[in-house]
Design a protein around this ligand. Structure first.
Ligand SMILES: Cc1cc2nc3c(=O)[nH]c(=O)nc-3n(C[C@H](O)[C@H](O)[C@H](O)COP(=O)(O)OP(=O)(O)OC[C@H]3O[C@@H](n4cnc5c(N)ncnc54)[C@H](O)[C@@H]3O)c2cc1C
Length: 420
């Protein structure tokens, strides 16, 4: 039988981890693995801040991928403190100290771009086709199973490619999802602006002092500023508030890049009611770093999709959730580990077929799908709850109360996590 042509859409954490695992777990005569990615390179756009990888998900996948040691060498193991301030008067309301036993030592942090580089470098040469923006996927068999054509909207002169198994790891607005489910991500009502303050200790000591050594939440008034220490002296700031959909991007989703200074002023204007000191988190940021986002999520009771031979989804493409539980990358990587195992099991179960056995492949993909959604649902629910706390009434009190519970659990020797 010719090798199964596996196309992975997207070189995010899900797609890259999956490609690495498939290259380790399958033989070249069984499968060819190609990633199609719209970015033109590893760091062609702002990849976002730091994230911690959890032992049972992100680290589990890295271990299977033979990359755990490399990760632990570059990750920051020191435990970050967490603070909750009242954004309206700038007062510290709660501090979760870094020194508490069990407060996260086994969840080291890594900058996203470093994680991406590590995964990309682990792949065989030419696995990733950079600069390939997918427009849609079509079946070549008129109602039957695959193979499928992957079509590109840029570069314009690119011919479609053929694949027997197409895996949507292309994030929130997956081009494959609509073939498997009519469910679309729903706007949460919250928009978020990602900003960076370089050399904060030297240039903006007040911002540095308020941020402390880890993560600070400035809450109240249905808004949030979250500031986070990153590597190389950078403080990353997420400013979020409730706004109607389209406020940032207008009708066309285009054009905001043209005047980033103006966008910064609009963001600052939306922090009305916040203490004057809080404005520094926007004023101190590099305007070039601004990255606006509308936060979308798939409702957790809609975490499912149809089985179609030769097609599947993972990561955000399958179970997009708001970022308020810090679980998305971890889940995406754990999904990759399970999907790689299911595809490997498919190859083990073949008995001399001369063509792709779509029935058997479908069985394997269904096993994966059940595991994936079982894991994702509680995390998605936690994200929803945390979002309600941060942007609801009495946010300062409620978030402090939640952290207070973690503190008590840690002090009594248990483990408490953001998201659990
Ligand atoms: C502000 C913010 C903070 C977050 N913080 C955390 C955190 O601390 N911890 C955590 O675990 N998670 C966090 N998350 C969630 C996390 O970012 C996602 O869950 C995770 O990136 C999902 O990985 P993925 O590979 O499924 O999708 P993505 O990371 O979205 O990757 C999809 C890839 O597909 C590519 N792509 C998309 N469309 C196309 C197309 N048409 N053609 C070709 N390529 C395409 C994209 O360029 C991208 O490279 C956060 C999210 C946000 C928004």
């Amino acid at each position: 039988m010719p090798p199964l042509r596996i196309a992975i859409l997207g070189a995010g954490p899900a797609g890259l981890t999956l490609a690495r695992l498939l290259q380790l777990q399958t033989k070249p005569e069984q499968a060819t693995i190609t990633i199609y990615e719209r970015d033109t390179g590893i760091d062609s756009r702002n990849q976002g801040g730091t994230l911690d990888l959890h032992p049972e998900t992100g680290q589990y996948a890295l271990k299977k991928a033979g990359l755990l040691e490399e990760f632990l060498k570059v990750a920051r193991k020191e435990v970050a403190e967490m603070r909750v301030y009242d954004g309206t008067d700038g007062r510290l309301n709660f501090l979760l100290p870094a020194s508490l036993e069990g407060s996260g030592q086994d969840r080291p942090e890594i900058d996203r771009v470093i994680l991406r580089r590590m995964l990309v470098n682990s792949l065989q040469p030419d696995t990733i086709q950079w600069g390939h923006r997918i427009s849609d996927i079509t079946s070549q068999s008129h109602g039957g199973p695959g193979p499928y054509s992957i079509n590109f909207s840029s570069p314009h002169d690119l011919s479609p490619v053929t694949a027997d198994l197409v895996i949507g790891a292309d994030g929130a607005f997956s081009k494959l999802r609509h073939l498997l489910t009519p469910i679309k991500p729903v706007y949460s009502g919250i928009c978020m602006f990602d900003l960076m303050i370089p050399n904060a200790d030297q240039t903006h000591p007040l911002v540095s002092q308020l941020t402390g050594e880890g993560l600070s939440f400035f809450l109240g008034g249905h808004k949030a500023i979250i500031s986070q220490r990153n590597s190389r002296g950078v403080i990353r700031v997420y400013v979020s508030f409730r706004k109607e959909q389209g406020w940032i991007f207008g009708e066309t989703f285009e054009g905001w890049e043209k005047d980033k200074e103006e966008l910064m002023r609009k963001v600052e204007g939306c922090l009305d009611g916040y203490d004057e000191k809080m404005m520094q988190f926007v004023q101190a940021a590099d305007p070039e770093s601004i990255m606006p986002r509308e936060i979308f999520a798939i409702p957790t009771d809609k975490y499912t999709f149809e089985s179609k031979p030769g097609l599947t989804l993972l990561g955000d493409a399958a179970h997009l959730m708001s970022p308020f539980a810090g679980e998305g990358v971890n889940l995406a990587m754990a999904d990759s580990a399970d999907l790689a195992d299911s595809i490997t099991a498919y190859f083990s179960n073949l008995k001399g077929e001369t063509r792709t056995n779509y029935g058997l492949l479908d069985d394997a993909l269904n096993v994966f799908k059940m595991k994936m959604f079982k894991r994702a649902k509680p995390a998605g629910e936690e994200s929803e709850r945390n979002g309600m706390i941060a942007f609801g009434d009495n946010a300062v009190k409620n978030m402090s109360g939640k952290m207070g519970m973690w503190k008590e659990m840690m002090e009594s020797g248990g483990k408490a996590w953001v998201g659990h």
